[in-house]
Write a protein that binds this ligand. Sequence first.
Ligand code: SAM
Length: 248
Amino acid sequence: MTWRATVLTLFPEMFPGPLGVSLAGRALASEVWALEARDIRDSAMDRHRSVDDTPAGGGPGMVLRADVLAAAIDAADATSERPRLVMSPRGRPLTQARVADLAAGPGPLIVCGRFEGIDQRVIDARQLEEVSIGDYVLSGGEIAAMALIDACVRLLPGVMGKLESSTEESFSAGLLEYPQYTRPQLFEDRPIPEVLTSGDHAKVAAWRQAEAEALTRARRPDLWALRPAQITGPKSESRKSPKNKTDG
Ligand code: SAM
């Protein structure tokens, strides 16, 4: 069955956008995956096609109405077998592990918020999983949905060739990726690290592992602390064991 992303948005014209080019675009054209962008406004119930209203309790901005959005979800997805996501800065942060899960399934239905957000009752009633792409606020869920879809699509079978393998990428082993280099050999007095041109594969692998560990430790102590003890190398065993180890 083709992996399918269904996006509910007030701006369906934003799709496929960047998902229509390069790796994801070629895969879309060759039907490795399918994309359906549906206009939430098509489920509006009045002649003005309104989808939002003022927040209960007062405050600035507008809120997407529960009844309109529920109708849009129901029209898009009669079965509940697909993951139902709503992009939200309040959501659980998206991880490569969750991306891999989603890529392995039938493909999600994704609700894109706008304005001040979405009436909580539709999130609860339709059991939407709130997903964040980072601790900052975008003006709408569309770019967040595109980021999530792009991350999933590149993991679908046949999308990445040998040349673009995901096995050594950032997060694949709980580490950030080592630095990459290519020709020219010398760039503004900076040579490629000698080990990478030595032809010694074992030394190259050891150098890359050490660089990945050093980068992760320096830049992402949170990721470093989550690394399972069994995959930390001998060098790492002397470090303090993490106090707050979780599955997340
Ligand atoms: N008032 C909301 C709050 O403070 O949490 C922000 C609403 S934001 C302006 C409008 C929509 O953009 C959200 O409903 C959500 O769909 C999307 N959005 C914004 N930031 C996001 C993020 N970091 N991750 C995922 N979606 C985001």
